[in-house]
Design a protein. Structure first.
Length: 80
């Protein structure tokens, strides 16, 4: 599970400057009992609503798909 969290953060930090242009991000990690919550937020524009809708309808890009698969291995949920 530690590796999954690490890879999710790594993928997000790779994608943020590439897609949003942000030079910084906020990472919050919480643990309560057997639940881990990870929130990553950029300091710029995020994913435009139109593009997010297309990702949800047509399927995500390779990076996002990989993140969903990693989370699913642990019966987790991922929200963008």
């Amino acid at each position: 599970m530690e590796l999954v969290v690490y890879r999710l953060v790594q993928e997000c930090l790779t994608n943020i400057p590439r897609h949003s242009g942000s030079k910084c991000a906020s990472i919050s990690l919480f643990r309560a009992d057997n639940v881990i919550s990870l929130e990553i937020q950029d300091a710029r524009r995020g994913i435009p609503a139109e593009k997010l809708k297309l990702l949800q309808l047509q399927g995500a890009g390779v990076g996002i798909r990989g993140m969903f698969e990693r989370v699913r291995q642990f019966n987790g949920e991922m929200e963008i």
